[in-house]
Design a protein around this ligand. Structure first.
Ligand code: HEM
Length: 582
């Protein structure tokens, strides 16, 4: 022993450190590799079962009823990655992976040659990009079972992914670890997002949307001509950020007119760190740069939010109107009913985490959807005309008085049924989000007398796929807002549980109604006064781009990037003023 210590003393520190780090890396790598092999084996085992019967030598009688539609072929080295790569080959490099899922389901017969219809769930092996086998849910009934019938917990990966932005005390993360904590906080936060409170917040919403529409009008050319090119997303993202900060906390940020401010900037700095739990993303989190970015920006966000929370804790009462005011008032009633709510460090951390998540979840999704809505609407003259007719009828013929009408009669927004249907149809064609749930031994999908196990799998709903299924949505590629207005029983009426851009069940998007109101207001304050020209050719020219342009499904306006993604080039656009009625 002494000899060993004696020798150790002479070894330089850098060699000792290097050896230690190498051992750690090798064992970490070995563990990950072992995990990968386990996944590949599991998928092999599952796919060796006959999809319409049990594996020949399988003794377990339960398995006779269990089905595991694994996509074929499956490579032991690369899993299903080669299939996905091949499906993506015909897409532009920057196209969103959602298009690959779309193609996979459209071409299901190639991958499930023995089946008569596309399986309701599909088993995929995408290790090392996903740390577990994935189950893609492709049927409305299966989605229902997962989120409403027998709601399963969110996949823990969400919590891991969100940690750099929210430190894991937001609603999404809570639903990964404790359903009861999620339920408690959801009940505290629901009143702020209720229809009643949002209608009461109409003056605030109008104030922000009017700034947005003024900025668009300012971009129009003079004398009724087209103005210069600009990108719509850069304006919608600031609008939605301003709105959430005001509705959640009463914080007026003026992002639209003088951003980017520190809060927006700090959140934008940490969002790129919100990533899936993979081998290399784990490695990234060990780097000092990662830690510094998280702590510096976390402090900036905390400094911006804390004073407002303290104000809210002092002043919530009968005139409470922000989401945090209402949550604190509710907490007060629930906890003691006397004095004021004590802002303990844990409570402050949780509120900050929740608000950061509202800012995170609510700004990009809504901003992108405003872009997609304007893009879709402007393809169809009949849709624009129907929108204008509805706005004239409900809000009066003079668009310049619409704000006044909505301020005095905010409930009128509910009468804009066609406008709301246009937004819903846009969200059907451009569903930007989904849910990931954790599979367990106690939860199998039960469909048409067959049972599909989920143990040790990550389950992903796929609204994009569901929304394009012809059996659920007749004429699925057409833009038909009428679907959402026709009575039950009509061929176009949406099938039960089939429209899920905000998902469904106890964890469905809490901001659904807020997002819908924002988007409806954006239509109200633009379609009667402006014409839009989404001009990618002009944008190419402006940026000296040569070579053939990229298209997806014949369109230049396609979804790029990952996650929520973004519309190509952030939607380049020119606007001109329409002639108003005399
Ligand atoms: C068009 C805009 C939006 C879309 C498409 C969208 C979509 C979604 C989806 C698919 C989920 C996952 C539900 C699940 O896991 O079951 C979700 C959750 C959530 N969204 Fe949204 N969202 C939008 C806007 C907003 C806004 C404006 C806010 C808030 C200001 C917001 C806050 C949240 C929150 C807090 C959750 C977690 C809910 C919970 O766990 O209880 N979202 N959203």
């Amino acid at each position: 022993m002494d000899i060993a210590f004696g020798r150790l003393k002479d070894v330089p520190v850098w060699i000792l450190t290097g050896t230690f780090v190498s051992v750690l890396l090798v064992s970490w790598f070995a563990r990950s590799l072992h995990r990968g092999i386990t996944i590949r084996r599991k998928i092999r085992q599952l796919s060796s079962r006959n999809i319409t019967g049990k594996k020949n030598n399988e003794p377990d009688h339960h398995n006779a009823l269990r089905f595991t539609p694994v996509m074929q072929p499956h490579s032991f080295i690369l899993g299903h990655l080669p299939i996905l790569k091949a499906l993506g080959n015909s897409l532009p490099k920057d196209a969103h992976p959602g298009y690959i899922s779309e193609r996979l389901v459209a071409e299901w017969k190639t991958y499930f040659p023995k089946e008569d219809s596309c399986p309701p769930v599909i088993y995929l092996d995408l290790w090392p990009f996903f740390p577990q086998p994935i189950i893609y849910v492709t049927s409305a009934e299966a989605c229902y079972q997962l989120t409403q019938g027998n709601p399963q917990p969110r996949h823990p990966m969400f919590r891991w992914a969100l940690t750099p932005a929210t430190e894991g005390k937001d609603l999404i993360s809570m639903a990964c670890t404790s359903m009861s904590t999620h339920k408690l906080w959801r009940s505290l936060l629901n009143p702020g997002f209720s229809s009643r409170n949002l209608i009461a917040s109409m003056p605030v919403l109008l104030e922000e949307v009017l700034i947005f529409s003024k900025m668009l009008k300012d971009a129009a050319g003079s004398g009724g001509n087209w103005g210069d090119l600009f990108t719509v997303y850069d304006k919608t993202i600031r609008l939605t950020f301003d709105i959430i900060a005001r509705v959640a906390l009463g914080l007026r940020l003026h992002e639209q007119t003088s951003g980017p401010g520190p809060l927006f900037q700090a959140l934008s700095n940490v969002i790129p760190l919100v990533k899936m739990d993979t081998l290399w993303n784990r490695a990234e989190r060990l780097l000092p740069k990662y830690r510094k970015t998280v702590s510096t920006n976390g402090k900036v966000m905390r400094d911006a939010l804390l004073p407002q929370i303290e104000r809210s804790a002092q002043s919530y009462g009968d005139d409470a109107d922000t989401i945090v005011d209402l949550a604190l008032r509710d907490l007060h009633v629930k906890s003691n009913g006397g004095g004021t709510v004590q802002l303990t460090p844990d409570l402050v951390d949780t509120i900050i985490s929740q608000i950061k998540f509202f800012l995170f979840a609510g700004h990009n999704t809504t901003a992108q959807t405003i872009c997609w809505t304007l893009y879709e609407v402007n393809k169809y003259e009949n849709v624009k005309e129907a929108l204008r007719a509805e706005h004239n009828e409900v809000l009066g013929a003079n668009p310049l008085r619409a704000a006044e009408t909505l301020r005095s009669q905010p409930y009128k927004i509910k009468e804009l049924r066609y406008t709301s249907a246009v937004v819903k149809e846009t969200l059907r064609l451009h569903a930007l989000s989904e849910t990931f749930r954790q599979g367990t031994a106690s939860f199998d999908f039960e469909i048409d007398g067959k049972s599909f196990p989920t143990e040790d799998c990550m389950i992903q709903t796929n609204p994009i796929i569901l929304h394009l299924r012809e059996d659920l949505w007749p004429r699925p590629l057409e833009f038909l807002p009428e679907r959402f207005m026709v009575p039950d029983g009509h061929a176009l009426h949406p099938a039960k549980n089939a429209w899920r851009p905000f998902e469904m069940g106890s964890m469905r998007c809490i901001g659904e109604e807020l997002a819908m109101i924002e988007i409806v207001l954006c239509l109200v304050f633009t379609v009667r006064e402006l014409e839009f020209d989404f001009d990618w050719a002009g944008w190419d020219k402006l940026h000296d781009r040569s070579g053939p342009p990229d298209y997806v499904n014949g369109r230049r306006g396609y979804r790029c990037g990952d996650g929520v993604g973004h519309i190509k080039d952030n939607l380049p656009c020119r606007v001109k003023q329409r002639k108003l009625p005399a």
